[in-house]
Design a protein around this ligand. Structure first.
Ligand code: SF4
Ligand code: SF4
Length: 472
């Protein structure tokens, strides 16, 4: 029986409810008056239910689809302006005891090189990331209680936060580790993590079990209920995601919105972020072996509909996607992207030779961070390294209520400009610096409150004079 408030995975992600939702969406995909009603509701900027959003996902009417895309762009603009937050993944270890059939780190892959960074190697990787200009990392590890115990994760987080190289600092560490216990989540909270990220991969229990044939990840309920345990452990920013291509996308789309509704119903706060990875080629993984792959058009439709369904949830896209796909995704709803990423263990210090492949997936967007920065600036986006909310304690429901009232943008914009200025002064190439400084001049004029504008201008001057780390 479907129950958004239940703590049992099979009740808050009810297979029956998803199937009924898909049947309802099919029955109404040409019901223009219902579609109009749903679009009108979405215009209020307060989101849609999984049923409503699924009807729009099934709709193929060109005119209505254009209305949805226009609305997604407007909601993106209203909540996120033209700011894009940047981050980088940091792979700490690819030891893994699971058998996920879509990931080259699966235990049976004997020819991939297994690596685990020492604390000294982590230091070197972080210095390389700081020298690129990064301030926000997402650490990634396989599941392996012997090689990657929680103590290793905690030590690594401490190492990362402690490194201050030149003007560099990692100010927010998001963590992507396997589903774990409330006690371990509490330890991660105490270590000062930003978002806890865990991809569901697929919400379909039957597919989930066959895609994860061995290892602790095989347990669908334990994995699906992880965010509830994380919240019980005190982590209030959690990041959801599915791996598009494993299951029917319409099933996943309804599932992820139901998961968001569940978190809101039980904990009073929805997901902080949603990621939208698509399955990609990697060491012994061929994406064509999975027959649920989605086209770029469907991918764009999913992004637009997630944007209108959960307007206050940040959306993330990685370098799995090529530049052109990322450009379209930014317009329709993505608010965070990775840049200059290496998906191998130790890849920032030294690019690994091909025969020594420890990467989790092939990167499509291979540009440097500086190239990504220049590209964003030329597209009139403000690249931001802001981490202010987490450091000011604006997390969980505090963050969400500011976000829902749109007050948050009074902080985001000046913070984006100040962190961009830090980047331009410390790390940018001459061309990026020139374009970025012009952008800051233009964007200062868009700060509505005079007092905030004055303080921002003051801080921008202080950054030129060597001071760092201002925030609203
Ligand atoms: S997806 Fe994660 S859990 Fe699965 S094999 Fe890869 S690293 Fe291990
Ligand atoms: S002010 Fe908060 S919401 Fe805005 S960009 Fe910074 S961290 Fe994100």
């Amino acid at each position: 029986m479907y129950n958004a408030k239940s703590l049992k995975a099979e009740e808050f992600i009810s297979d029956q409810e998803i199937k009924e939702t898909l049947a309802y969406a099919d029955a109404n995909k040409d019901n223009i008056s219902l579609i109009d009603e749903i679009i009108e509701k979405a215009k209020l900027g307060k989101g849609l239910t999984h049923r409503e959003a699924s009807v729009l996902l099934a709709c193929e009417n060109e005119e209505k689809l254009q209305e949805i895309y226009d609305l997604a762009k407007k909601i993106k603009e209203d909540y996120y302006g033209n700011r894009i937050v940047l981050f980088a993944p940091l792979y700490l270890s690819n030891y893994c005891v699971n058998g996920c059939v879509y990931c080259p780190y699966h235990m049976k892959n004997k020819h991939i090189s297994r690596k685990k960074l020492t604390q000294d190697e982590i230091r070197k990787e972080v210095i390389a990331l700081q020298d690129m200009g990064h301030k926000r990392l997402a650490i990634e590890l396989g599941e392996d209680p012997v090689n990657n115990p929680i103590e290793y994760v905690l030590d690594s987080i401490k190492t990362i936060y402690d490194i201050k190289h030149k003007n560099g600092a990692i100010r927010r560490v998001n963590v992507n580790i396997a589903a774990t216990t409330v006690e371990n989540y509490r330890k991660l909270k105490e270590a000062g993590i930003g978002t806890y990220i865990l991809f569901q991969e697929t919400y379909n229990k039957e597919s989930y079990e066959s895609l994860h044939p061995t290892g602790p990840k095989h347990d669908y309920a334990y994995h699906t209920e992880a965010m509830d345990r994380a919240m019980e452990g005190g982590i209030d920013d959690v990041g959801l995601g599915v791996l598009f291509g494993l299951e029917m996308y319409r099933y996943e789309f309804a599932g992820i919105l139901m998961h968001a509704e569940h978190l809101e119903a039980v904990h009073g706060v929805g997901p902080h972020t949603i990621s939208v990875p698509r399955i990609k080629r990697a060491d012994d993984i061929d994406p064509s072996a999975f027959d649920n792959g989605i086209s770029d058009e469907i991918f764009a439709k999913i992004i637009a509909l997630l944007r209108v369904s959960v307007p206050y949830t940040g959306m993330i896209i990685s370098t799995r996607e090529a530049k052109e796909v990322r450009a379209k995704a930014l317009e329709l709803g993505i608010s965070q992207i990775s840049g200059g990423s290496r998906t191998s263990v130790g890849g920032y210090v030294e690019e690994e030779p091909e025969e020594d492949n420890s990467a989790q997936f092939d990167v499509s967007d291979r540009r440097t961070l500086d190239e990504v920065m220049k590209w964003l600036i030329d597209l009139n986006y403000v690249p931001s390294f802001c981490t202010a909310c987490y450091r000011e304690g604006r997390t969980g429901d505090r963050f969400m209520s500011l976000c829902k009232s749109k007050q948050i943008s009074n902080c985001c914009h000046p913070n984006a400009l100040m962190t961009l200025k830090e980047y331009l002064v410390d790390y940018a190439s001459p061309a990026t610096k020139e374009a970025g400084l012009k952008l800051i001049e233009r964007e200062l004029l868009t700060i509505p409150k005079e007092k905030v504008r004055e303080v921002t201008i003051q801080h921008l001057k202080e950054i030129e004079n060597g001071q760092r780390d201002f925030r609203f």
